[in-house]
Design a protein around this ligand. Structure first.
Ligand SMILES: [Zn+2]
Length: 126
């Protein structure tokens, strides 16, 4: 049996829904949702509402902890590479994966493994 995760929303237990009402018949309480997986916030939240509650409570601390952006970023030829693919199910061909430079419009081929690798990039600047 897979372990259940708890929704990380600090107010999850305060929302009155039937599925949150748990416990013995004479002592039911509204409780934080437990699931094997969640759809929101990298599987940490049961709803967008709970994700927003978390950000409202901890967002500033999180941004300060990981580094607040203090200067504008610029999109240049060096950091404009974006992964794309063409969906080709109707023609029987496999999907075509490629890099597209959104400034120059240059395209470069990409393997599916490179496409799936979140660390693989042609970008040299931020
Ligand atoms: Zn929740």
């Amino acid at each position: 049996m897979s372990e259940l995760k708890l929704c990380q929303g600090p107010l999850c237990h305060t929302y009155h829904t039937q599925d949150r009402l748990k416990g013995p018949k004479d002592n039911k309480t509204y409780q934080t949702r437990r699931r094997s997986s969640f759809y929101y916030g990298q599987s940490n939240f049961c709803s967008l509402n709970c994700q927003n509650d978390w950000f409202y409570e901890y967002g500033n601390k999180a941004i300060d902890h990981f580094g607040r952006l203090n200067e504008v970023k610029h999109l240049t030829e060096e950091n404009a590479w974006s992964k794309r693919y063409d969906w080709r199910t109707s023609t029987g061909e496999s999907h075509r994966h490629y890099f597209l430079n959104t400034i120059t419009q240059e395209q470069r081929p990409l393997t599916e493994a490179q496409f799936d690798d979140n660390n693989y990039t042609l970008n040299t600047g931020e």
